[in-house]
Write a new protein. Structure first.
Length: 588
């Protein structure tokens, strides 16, 4: 039988005992550095929110540090016999961990993201010379951290017997354990009862995955699943961050045009559908418009696309807009100018319409496209008779996706023929509307999303193929000659175009939108656009190539035909541009 010397056990026991104190010291250091997140993230407005923040920061960093101790240092205390070597390794690992935490806090401050391999590559990318030099300063404290940790390592080793007699440490450990458990229980309660001052803090700290208890509450009949999902659908994700939108009050010049505006959204209209065979009326009308032939939706879902179309923001802002019932600066400006609103929607009932976008207006929801057309025509005639000189805003949403979703899956040729028949029906509806419009009317015809002939692609929430996200954009502007425009554009560009050219907004675009002016011909437009959903941020370049990035730093590249590509050297400078812009309307 193998006998292990008593001296080995005594030395190992001493290293383990010292490791406990060393872990406690690192917990204190992590909490001190982590308190910086309180000055970065939006400070909770309620007492319970503040209590949760303190419980979370104490409990979270205690758990993370002690877990790392158990996973790394505790096994090393058995493997490394020399106590000096063991302490040296511990000091180096501690210094690296605390430095990375400091760096993560600055990444969160700048990008509202946590550190990942992709983010780290962007920071040290030599192509971003100024940025790389700025980030080097966060490694300057590294020698100081190393010195402090080394001094504590030596002092605690020498004073280990005295430290082992301390009684207060047990109370401190119990307090940290209480904070960890209480923070997760409080979050589970907030998640179940929609208490946003707590749930909005979900992603504030690195490696944070707070507990939820929906399944447990459902089993014990304390939570109704259907009503919970309905409330979640109507109020947005619980962890949706607060907004700073617009950043500044908007100011307007005197040369505003009180033009009528008609926006027609044909949900499911493919980018190649506007042609003389399938939609003769729309094709003829397109010859009188600004035809943006390389235009993309802002999201691969209807809600995300509407966010870009009406707010000029990327799709990731949808839940925040919904939860805060935030209106659009475009719609609010028309209300200030006393526009009359005629809003008619087929099939879909996006909560964005009634809860945020048109919360002060009446939106009429219909079951058929024909009904939508007739009701809008009735409204238009009534407006012409009673309020002829008052400007108006009309919004019609036609539904192709709903019709196609009810079509039984058959061979692709039959499906395409059925789709083309639906296009002709939509075209007939447009032919009833377009001839009635006056010269003082801005007409915008677009789609929130396209349609893929592969049914599975339409149901896939993470599909970003060209047939799904590239959509027509036709704009008939008074005093603008018809033109086909090939530069890449986005639905987010519509709002800034109208705000500048119709309403004479004087603020810089950065105050109220992430889009660009569609009529900007100075050559300083971006040669890329941004499409997103809750998981993926997709950068699309002028040649149609796509770069998919998620919040964890996972990265994929696709061709213009949506085929996976290898990318040995990703465009880190482009990624930096996107990260800088993507979250610039979050409240800090």
């Amino acid at each position: 039988m193998l006998k292990i010397p008593r001296q080995y056990w005594e030395a190992t026991s001493q290293k383990i005992s010292w490791g406990h104190w060393f872990a406690f010291f690192n917990i204190i250091c992590a909490i001190v550095i982590g308190s910086r997140y309180a000055f970065i993230a939006d400070w909770p407005a309620t007492l319970i929110g503040k209590i949760y923040f303190f419980l979370n920061i104490l409990g979270h960093f205690s758990f993370i540090v002690f877990a790392l101790y158990l996973l790394i240092l505790f096994p090393l205390s058995f493997l490394i016999k020399n106590p000096y070597t063991f302490r040296a390794v511990s000091v180096v690992l501690s210094t690296l961990g605390l430095t990375l935490l400091l760096l993560d806090s600055e990444v969160f401050n700048r990008f509202h993201l946590h550190l990942s391999v992709l983010i780290l590559n962007i920071l040290i990318n030599p192509d971003n010379g100024d940025l790389a030099r700025n980030w080097e300063r966060f490694f300057v404290p590294m020698p100081l951290i190393f010195l402090i940790v080394t001094l504590f390592s030596r002092w605690s080793w020498d004073k280990l017997r005295s430290l082992e007699r301390q009684k207060w440490i047990h109370k401190a450990v119990y307090l940290l354990m209480f904070c960890f458990i209480a923070s997760h229980l409080l979050y589970a309660w907030a998640d179940a009862y929609f208490y946003r001052p707590v749930t909005v803090q979900k992603s504030n700290l690195p490696l944070s995955y707070p507990m939820t208890a929906r399944t447990f509450l459902e089993k014990n009949q304390l939570l109704n699943r259907d009503s919970y999902q309905a409330q979640l659908l109507n109020s947005g994700r619980l962890d949706a961050p607060y907004l700073d939108y617009p950043k500044q009050p908007l100011h307007y010049g005197a040369d505003q045009q009180n033009a009528n505006i008609l926006l027609i959204n044909i949900s499911g209209l493919r980018y190649d559908a506007v042609n003389g065979n399938d939609m003769p009326s729309l094709s003829s009308f397109s010859e009188k418009t600004l035809d943006f032939q390389n235009n993309y939706s802002s999201g691969n879902s209807q809600n995300g696309a509407l966010t870009g179309l009406f707010y000029g923001l990327n799709a990731n802002y949808f839940d925040s807009l919904l939860s805060q019932r935030q209106g659009s600066v475009w719609i609010e400006r028309m209300q200030q100018l006393h526009y009359r609103f005629g809003l008619f929607v087929t099939a879909t009932k996006s909560p964005l319409y009634s809860r945020s976008l048109f919360k002060q207006q009446t939106t009429v929801f219909n079951n058929s496209n024909q009904q939508t057309t007739q009701q809008w025509l009735d409204w238009y005639r009534q407006h012409t008779v009673h309020s002829g000189q008052q400007p108006w805003f009309g919004y019609l949403q036609y539904d192709l996706l709903g019709v196609m979703s009810n079509y039984p899956a058959q061979d692709p040729e039959a499906q395409q023929q059925f789709y083309r028949r639906q296009l002709l029906e939509i075209d007939r509806q447009l032919s009833r509307i377009l001839p009635h419009l006056t010269d003082n009317t801005v007409v915008i015809i677009t789609a929130d999303q396209g349609y893929s002939y592969r049914i599975d692609n339409n149901r896939n929430p993470n599909y970003f193929g060209r047939d799904r996200i590239q959509v027509p954009m036709l704009i008939a502007l008074p005093n603008h000659a018809p033109e086909q425009i090939d530069h890449i554009s986005s639905q987010m560009d519509l709002l800034p175009t109208l705000m500048q050219h119709l309403f004479a907004a004087e603020n810089p675009l950065q105050d109220y939108t992430q889009g660009d002016d569609l009529l900007n011909s100075d050559g300083d437009r971006d040669n890329w656009i941004f499409v997103s959903n809750p998981r993926w941020n997709v950068i699309i370049t002028a040649n149609g190539e796509q770069y998919h990035i998620d919040s964890q730093g996972e990265y994929q590249k696709y061709s213009s035909e949506y085929q996976p590509l290898t990318s040995e050297k990703p465009p880190l400078a482009l990624f930096l541009q996107v990260f800088n812009r993507e979250r610039n309307f979050l409240l800090r």
